[in-house]
Design a protein around this ligand. Structure first.
Ligand code: NDP
Length: 468
């Protein structure tokens, strides 16, 4: 592959590592950072023997790049992206390429694509997943926007992406904000995966009384089967890690139980409302993080409404039931995320390939998992399926786990152990497989108070009744 010269703006955690990754694949990288000292430090630490060139101004950066210029922005999402674009524009020419590799909101990316195409700039909004390690060694890349820009940069992107057994984890996702949309849903699914694992852990530990050492073994065992994934693997490691501040026992036990979030999970939930595609497991995971935050309130509530000290939960042998509940819940959570992508793609005319989406998440990103091969295969065979959980590949997997899954959720409810994501997945499935939901009563109520009309099951047309 011919080497290229690319520009990179923003040498923070992600930008610095991505710049090093690009250079390590044989390309020259012209680096710029708003705070010049950061750029100088980067050069002091990484430039020797490598093809980096430091730029002190954006004008200098633009002048250093061959035509068409290709500049990757790795700055914070939101106003910083527009600030950099506006500052760069006077130095760019039609045909030049800008790539936003941050976690931008897909609607912002849509607007930027439209604005910049009017100026002849080829714009890509590219989701980058895998954290700093991924950025350095090979992330999962989700580029969307200008096809021309993608085709030009494809050799570079393929060279820096994570390599899976199914090829480099990058593909053109679709026009406009398609790339940032699937990155957002990826993050929503990541929230759900993490919450589901946390619930399984809580049940095994508080419910079944498993000691940390045994818990680590259980997660390691799970990592050799259908649940094999990066998140299960790191959970096993976490359950083996002793406190690093000199206290006895697991480090995990000294970590404050308030989960942080930066917003992409919340965006997924908001998008699910906007596109009217339910994602209850993802939403439950977002809510669970928010619920964990008022620690004082939870301590107060636990004093007012304590639950039994002795939890009667079950026997140790039933850990396999938790495994089944976790896997079935995960299938339903992915079914929700992919249904959201499918609907958004249809409404926005993005033409997103769901099998390819699963394929490029196979390596490099946080939700990487063996399971994604099955998801990809399911969508390859049934690309128009309305729901992943109902495909030939998954319906049997779900059916064989429903009893265990239900028992686990019921046992957790009895014990007062919150399992919002597992229960949301189970309720999602139960709603899907209920032939007649009580939505008829809701329609009757709507017609009663608001003359909203209803449809009948035995005749065509819209009906209104004088109910009283
Ligand atoms: P950092 O906070 O480490 O770096 C931010 C960079 O943006 C710095 O170079 C900063 O320059 C620059 N910047 C901020 N505001 C402006 C501005 N107004 N004009 C010019 N430059 C500006 O962030 P990260 O590297 O962690 O994240 C970058 C992007 O990547 C974000 O969108 C983030 O959401 C996304 N991302 C992050 C991941 C992670 O694991 N950290 C994973 C995947 C995506 P200066 O030094 O002058 O402040």
């Amino acid at each position: 592959m011919a080497d290229r010269t690319v520009g990179l703006v923003g040498l923070g955690v992600m930008g610095a590592n991505l710049a090093r990754n690009i250079e390590s694949r044989g390309h020259e990288v012209c680096v710029y950072n708003r705070t010049t000292e950061t750029m100088r430090r980067f050069l002091r630490e990484h430039a020797e023997g490598h093809r980096f060139r430091g730029m002190e101004t954006l004008e200098e950066l633009a002048a250093a790049l061959p035509s068409p210029r290709a500049i990757i922005l790795m700055v914070n999402a939101g106003p910083p992206v527009d600030a950099v674009i506006d500052a760069l524009l006077p130095f760019l020419s039609p045909g030049d390429i800008l790539v936003d590799g941050g976690n931008s909101n897909y609607q912002d990316t849509e607007a930027r694509c439209a604005r910049l195409s009017g100026k002849g700039i080829e714009y890509l909004g590219m989701g980058v997943s895998g954290g700093e390690e991924g950025a350095l060694r090979g992330p999962s890349l989700m580029p969307g926007g200008s096809r021309q820009a993608y085709d030009h940069l494809e050799p570079v992107l393929r060279s820096i992406a994570a390599e899976a057994d199914t090829g480099p984890c990058v593909a053109y996702v679709g026009p406009g904000g398609a790339g940032h949309f699937i990155k957002m849903v990826h993050n929503g699914i990541e929230y759900a995966d993490m919450q589901l694992i946390a619930e399984a852990y809580d049940m095994l530990r508080r419910g079944y009384g498993l000691e940390p050492q045994r818990l680590a073994e259980v997660f390691s065992e799970w990592n050799s089967g259908e649940l094999e994934s990066y998140l299960i693997e790191i959970t096993a490691d976490i359950l083996r890690t002793e406190d690093d501040q000199g206290r006895e026992g697991l480090l995990l036990d000294y970590i404050l139980d308030e989960a942080g979030q930066k917003g992409t999970g919340r965006w997924t939930t908001k998008a699910s409302m906007d596109f009217a595609v339910p994602t209850p497991t993802i939403t439950a995971a977002v809510d669970a993080r928010a619920l964990s935050s008022p620690k004082e309130l939870r301590t107060h509530a636990s004093n007012l409404l304590p639950y039994r000290d002795e939890i009667e939960f079950g026997s140790h042998e039933t850990t396999s039931q938790v495994r089944e509940a976790l896997y079935a819940s995960k299938i339903c959570s992915y079914a929700q995320g992919f249904a959201l992508i499918a609907k958004a793609s249809e409404e926005m005319n993005w033409g997103i390939d769901l099998a390819e989406t699963a394929r490029i998440w196979k390596s490099g990103c946080i939700i990487r998992a063996r399971f994604l091969d099955d998801v990809s295969a399911a969508y390859r065979i049934e690309p128009k399926t309305p729901n992943l959980a109902l495909t030939d590949r998954f319906v049997g997997e779900i059916a064989s786990r429903i009893d265990s899954w239900t028992e686990v959720v019921v046992a957790a409810m009895r014990a007062g152990i919150p399992v919002p994501a597992m229960a949301a997945s189970l309720t999602y499935l139960n709603s899907l497989r209920t032939r007649r939901l009580p939505a008829n009563l809701i329609q009757a109520q709507r017609d009663y108070f608001g003359a909203h009309t209803y449809k009948r099951i035995d005749r065509e047309g819209d009906f209104h009744t004088q109910w009283y």
